[in-house]
Design a protein around this ligand. Sequence first.
Ligand code: PEP
Ligand code: MG
Length: 762
Amino acid sequence: MPPTLAAGGPRVLLRRLREIMAEQTSAQDRLNKLVSVIAANMVAEVCSIYLRRAGGALELFATEGLSAQAVHNTRLAKGEGLVGLIVETAVPLNLSDAPAHPKFSYRPETGEDPYKAFLGVPVVRGDQVIGVLTVQNLTARHYDEEEVEALLTVAMVLAEVVAQGALYDLAELEDVTLAPTKPVHYRGDAIADGLAIGQIFLHEPRVKVERMIADDPVAELQRLEDALLELRASVDAMLESSDLDLAGETREVIEAYRLFANDQGWRQRLSDAVRSGLTAEAAVERVQDETRTRMNRTSDAYLRERLHDFDDLARRLVRYLVRAGSPWESHAPLPGSVVVARAMGPAELLDYGHSQIAGLVVEEATQNSHIAIVARSLNLPLVGTVEGIADTARAGDTIVVDGETGDVHLRPMSDMLVAFHAKQALRAQRVARFAAIRDEPAVTRDGVRISLNINAGLLVDLPHLNESGADGVGLFRTELQFMVGAAMPGLKDQVQFYRKVFEAAGAKPVVFRTLDLGGDKVPSYGRRVIEENPALGWRAIRVSLDRPALLRYQVRALVSAAEGRRLRILLPMISQVAEFQHARAQIDRELERASRMGMPLPEKVDIGAMVEVPSLLFELNQILAEADFLSIGSNDLLQFIFAADRTNPVVSRRYDTLSPAVLNLVRGITDTAGKAGRLPSISVCGEMAGRPLEAMALIGLGITSLSMQAASIGPVKMLIRSIDTRALRPVLDRLSTLSAPSVRDALTAYADEHRAELGRLV
Ligand code: PEP
Ligand code: MG
């Protein structure tokens, strides 16, 4: 009769494992007992545990049935033998005649030649195979599904035990580091300057599974079924939600979620894992670990992409099971935390804004995305384009985020921490140097006065106006206020808000940009309009012209808040002069209305246009004649000029802001404006204006007004006071004729040679 699973099956086995692990004996002792109990339970002559050493070799850590001398002596190189194959494929290997397999590697010291039947399963932790658990029998046979399932379950518990350091005194013998305690260094994109050292708060937290082994499998199956029901209902609710109004790709994604959530194969694998003795949450993790390892090895990009969806669903299911609040809600981080996310929108960041987080790492954030802008406005260091960190990071781990260099250190060693604390101190000194020139004018060495302004959008930005010593607010992004609230602000709210802005600014000018909603700026309460290309879609002035009431209300609020003061209004995304004229007509109608009603009119109303859509460059003379001022929105302008989505990390870094094309573009604008005698009415308010090297180039090309995040005022002013525009102009003229993709290095060399202050740490 072929051997089979002993009476009681895996549940008894798991209970025994738990008892063994709780014993106060040495780790080797416990492992030895473990293999002998597994062998007995599975009616196998051999049971062995191999664990991975650094470098990938697999070492025999314990065995029942093979020669005891082989323990800690038999090592299989990476990929060697059947065990190596299991690590590579991450799937169980079930063979009735193992020695006949081409990958079989005979090791005389083990004495394993007489054993024919072989079953090996991967020991998986996260998405890594950290070892292999095997059973062997003398007679040729195929292990049945139940046995494979049982061994997989045991392997999962073993993985947990290894990771939790229960075998630490063994692992200590050499450099086995299985628990996620290793320091990891990432080099991402430095998106928002600053340095944060803190504990990780996961934006989409992975819930820790505490209970692995179930006491009552029937009740456990019921828990699983209940949680699956909840999960399915929540996905259905998402699809049906009128708030989200899903269409196109987003709907497809959620539809795929629905398919996965209802997948009978998934449900079956989950229930099988529960039947083998695991708790429902441990079962979800085990099945997910298997799916992840399998899918990660596939070359099918689509499948690998779907892994994120599967991971997300599994995480949500676990959260339903352990009741860590509703899976769709996030909870609040402690002050000083560093938030780590795969992706995050500006509205989500604004939600965190109130919890005094110290910094951010967002895998998919890019330089000119709106999350970047909001991070800068909140003065939060942000590093983006950091692949894989959301999976590797654990809540509560220490992390260092250097928003100046793009370095992220996960679980840093103590000397690294000391170095970063020193850097923090240096940064504080640098800030003190900027503060010392706060009241000095921003004048170049040859006497050119540059107007320096801040970009703002929230009340928290306003104290920065005086703290930084800026001349005014060059860009007030009014849409941010629409994005923080739970509902659309009414007329009264808007009046109150703008009044506060006027009050905070005092005599300094504020340029209010009308709503620039759409694209990646969508308020939580808004109906999400799904578009193939949102950046090219229904946004900004297009919305305002199609929904004039929105624009009129906003202008009404601004006029009322101005209370007779001068009002500056900036219109975003103007593509044609005709759009500017239409918007101006709406503004005029509001002014007429105010006058009819006897309200105090602003002393003067200046209306400007953002230059951020390339078509406007071809009507530059006309718009110069119509508009009171122009503001170059380099973030959008460059994404359209280079046809490279500012929010897409794959392409956003492809083209350097400091390329001959951009230099020629800016020079074209300043030359035309200069000829029209309008140079002083041109400013740059995109992110490039706040970077000293870029600011130097802009000034060299004739720009005399810049608007930037408040934290950049000091560094840019220091730069301005160290340069000479007469010397710069010919350098930029020469650089703009080059065919190089970037002039960054050449410009940096010039700056260093001429002692231009680029604001780097000494
Ligand atoms: C720009 O596009 O450069 C700009 C300043 O506007 P926003 O970044 O808000 O789109
Ligand atoms: Mg823009």
